[in-house]
Ligand binder design. Structure first.
Ligand SMILES: [Zn+2]
Length: 202
């Protein structure tokens, strides 16, 4: 489920900052470098680490905007994350952007079959594309695979106060992205009910 993990990881680089605002882990190239370092194995660039420049930074952020816009569509009829609900891309533009990013690097299917493991299909970049293109294309392919796969139906925008995360439900009754969001939401509901009780009292 590398695709789900990468697609979600990219989306949740926009997150609640803990003070009522929104933080962006990919605000600058240094942030992107740290984010890519942590995912070098998933992105198949561990052997060939890339130092992000402005072009790669822009490409990843534009891809993220497309992914989050399509996540907003995937969670309907539920509401989208409030972080960017006011600036979602038109769906055709988001899809076009995702497909163009995936097409940066053609891939060839390759079989790997380690002893004691089941056979596995992997998509390997054809030729020797620039590392930056490989990263953007790998992120786009992950998002496409996620949107095409069974986890899409489990995608939600966390409804807890101030939270802006998308998450994939682990179990049917999961309502919030994390237990701490669940606690915050319950406290908020409790205060809401108390206030209503007071306001409604004679
Ligand atoms: Zn949450």
């Amino acid at each position: 489920m590398t695709a789900t993990r990468l697609a979600l990881d990219l989306a949740v680089t926009i997150r609640h900052d803990g003070h009522g605002g929104v933080a962006d882990d990919l605000a600058d190239t240094a942030g992107l470098a740290a984010w890519l370092r942590e995912r070098a194995a998933l992105l198949d660039c561990a052997a060939d680490p890339v130092i992000p420049d402005q072009a790669l930074h822009t490409a990843v952020r534009e891809l993220r905007a497309a992914v989050r816009s399509l996540f907003a569509r995937a969670v309907r009829p539920g509401p989208p994350s409030s972080a960017d609900a006011h600036r979602l891309l038109p769906e055709s533009e988001a899809i076009g952007r995702l497909n163009a990013a995936a097409a940066l690097v053609p891939t060839a299917p390759q079989l790997s079959w380690d002893p004691g493991a089941p056979p596995e299909l992997r998509l390997h970049p054809a030729g020797s594309p620039p590392a930056a293109d490989r990263i953007v294309a790998a992120l786009a392919r992950a998002a496409i695979a996620f949107l095409d796969g069974p986890d899409r139906a489990l995608l939600r925008a966390c409804p807890a106060p101030r939270c802006v995360r998308y998450f994939v439900k682990d179990h049917a009754r999961q309502e919030w992205c994390t237990p701490s969001c669940g606690n915050r939401a319950r406290v908020a509901r409790h205060h809401e009910r108390r206030r209503e009780g007071r306001d409604g009292a004679p």
